[in-house]
Design a binder for this molecule. Sequence first.
Ligand code: HEC
Ligand code: HEC
Ligand code: HEC
Ligand code: HEC
Length: 409
Amino acid sequence: MNRFFNKTPLISHSEEIHSPLKYSVQLFVVAVLFIMAAVAHGTEKSVNIIYTGSLQGQLEPCGCSPQSDFGGIARIGGWLEEHRNELKPYILLDAGNFAGEDRPQGRLKTEAMLQSFSSIHYDAIALSDRELALPEEYFYPLLQKYTVPVIATLPDYTRSISVTRNSFNIIVNTDPAGPLEGSINILLTALTVNEAKHLKGWDIIISAANEEIEEPLKENGTLILSAYPKGKKLGILTIQKTEKGTLTYSHRWQAVGNDLKENDSVRSVLDDYDRKVAQLMKDRAIPLAGTTFVGTEKCAECHQPFYEQWKNTRHADALASLEEAGKASDPECIVCHVLGFGQDGGFFSRATTPKLANVQCESCHGLNRDHLNDFSPMQPVHEQICKECHTKENSPEFDYPVYLKKIKH
Ligand code: HEC
Ligand code: HEC
Ligand code: HEC
Ligand code: HEC
């Protein structure tokens, strides 16, 4: 049944599948084969399966630290664009769980993700738990708008897509029950790698269960892969047909780091997303209540030396970092880069609350207006307060004693 380490040359199937792309893809492949034959190239026996999954609405990383600066759909698109010729022939898949949360900003992420998939020309995108949890009256029109080749095991959706690359007829399916009619049968699934082990007959299973598993797993001749969470690495599986017709494989990851050039059209999708997020934020503007936080300038009146010291830390310029990144109106970023965002009397925008920009005295010492009159104690500062912002993801190198030294006053 299964073709890895197993041996029969494959007979192509006559039953045909439901991909609107079929004919153009075939023509294209014929052209490629022709050229390759002309240069007597040997690669017509191989195909690259390039995959993402479990992107979870992460359009790009925050860039808070070089150590965690991985992922980003514009980088994925840029890298593919740059390496297209050496990767050919390839098929590009997303195993699902790409959508953002079902709230206004999350919906903008989902839409930008679909637009990006369309720009990069994915061959198949599975709808998984996150997508299927979205209200259909919102999600379905989006799919139609961006004409992305989605597949799902649901009544109104196409379950599988068939693509031809060189001598391979690749069927990409979302239904664990098959059928297994291609020369390579790929299942895209939300099952974990452990759960996927129990499925039989597939050549390749790609899981979008948010697991970091470095090496492909071989189980009864099936290769099980886990798409790297949040697109931090792009999976590349090369399938090769030997003289005897056996399939062999090699697998590698392409790290999606900040050295990769971005794809221009995806970049403009993301810039457009930033503008829409800024608009959302504007729409939610609430009239300022009497400012509760005091702001650094006031503290400086009695604590000048401390103020001077603080001025020289990166906390004092934290909002500028967002402004440079075009993210100063993104609530998901602002929350750690200013004073009291989302709290009564906290920062809202540079225009409305200029005195509360950046990480300030009260970000660590807390709010106690009485202190100005009676010098009553401020909240004690401890490691946990730092870690509300210095999370593993945003500040992977955070080490309390080391960091404390740098802000000492
Ligand atoms: C309200 C969120 C927040 C809190 C609370 C916070 N930080 Fe920060 N911290 C930041 C941000 C944001 C930056 C980066 C600013 C920039 O460069 O844009 C930063 C940067 C730093 C840096 C500079 C890192 C470097 O390598 O130069 C140090 C050191 C630091 N913080 C220490 C601390 C310590 C120690 C605490 C707790 C006592 C703390 N921070 C509490 C948000 C916070
Ligand atoms: C959970 C809190 C948190 C959130 C949310 C957050 N940041 Fe940060 N950011 C930090 C901290 C902490 C640092 C300092 C990290 C360090 O040096 O250890 C930082 C640093 C930065 C830096 C400075 C990097 C450098 O090397 O100079 C940039 C730029 C930045 N963040 C952008 C963003 C953007 C864009 C977003 C939203 C997509 C965001 N941040 C969301 C906490 C946060
Ligand atoms: C990143 C967190 C952070 C920020 C921002 C910060 N502090 Fe502190 N501050 C601390 C820590 C930590 C200590 C020492 C620990 C303690 O004793 O609570 C401290 C101590 C102090 C002390 C007591 C010093 C002593 O000798 O007892 C004063 C006064 C003070 N800070 C004022 C300020 C003022 C004013 C600002 C703003 C200009 C500021 N701090 C900004 C974390 C911070
Ligand atoms: C009107 C002057 C004045 C202003 C304004 C002021 N403080 Fe103080 N602060 C004091 C004095 C005086 C002390 C010393 C009190 C003591 O030792 O009993 C002090 C002590 C502190 C301490 C160390 C003792 C403790 O309670 O932890 C911190 C921290 C502190 N101030 C933070 C701040 C911050 C943050 C601001 C701004 C929000 C601020 N102060 C504004 C006068 C002021």
